[in-house]
Design a protein around this ligand. Sequence first.
Ligand SMILES: [Fe+2]
Ligand SMILES: [Fe+2]
Length: 247
Amino acid sequence: MDSLLAMEATDQWSSELDIDWRLPICYPFWFRRRTYIKVISQFYHGERATQRVCQKLLSMIDDPQARAFITHQLAEEQKHEMVFARYVHRMGEIAPMEPAMEKALEGSLAWTGHPIGLIVSFHIIFEGGAVLLLDRLVRRFPCPLFRSLNAKIIADEARHIAFGKKYVRDHVAELSDLERRAIFSHVAKLWLDCAKAAESRYSWPVALVTRLGANWLAENWQRQRRQLITNGLISLSEANEIEKKLI
Ligand SMILES: [Fe+2]
Ligand SMILES: [Fe+2]
């Protein structure tokens, strides 16, 4: 935790000075402007949802080091929101949040048990998934400005994910078996439902652009689920058994 706090202190950047806002916006020629705005707007909404989680965690967690990290994280998420808003506003208005994502995020935020339930959903699953997606988009989108701002944002997000994993490892022993399984079941249901909804609507044009299959959210879940096993929230056999009941 000391090294995460030290990294937090040294990784600071300014949205004004460290991003070259004079760079042009180039969106892919196979995209309509409206579609591109819709995709980027989802990151803007994600940043806002993550701020609500940080605020909720600060009302639940007493540990001073974790509180220091989350307080700083909250400021970073506000900066990310500003950066995505400024980027989208160069092209038009922010588009609404995708209903499938909104349902998963609101469902995650509604968790009232141990803070690990929030951290698993947001720091590991949501932020983990967002970083993977941003990384792919940066490679596929020809936009120098998008590349420049994401280089900064991805570094922050990687630190948030590292905090989430560490928090789970350090605090999982506080949970009863019942609570551990309840947390896994809660997040698995939300994110599997989200994957199913996105797949059936196939409304996320990003799936086409990134050449990820229609089931990319389901694949993403498999990746994040491995993290939950590695970091001690759940065993492989428990995860299989719980998911079987959900599907
Ligand atoms: Fe963020
Ligand atoms: Fe974050």
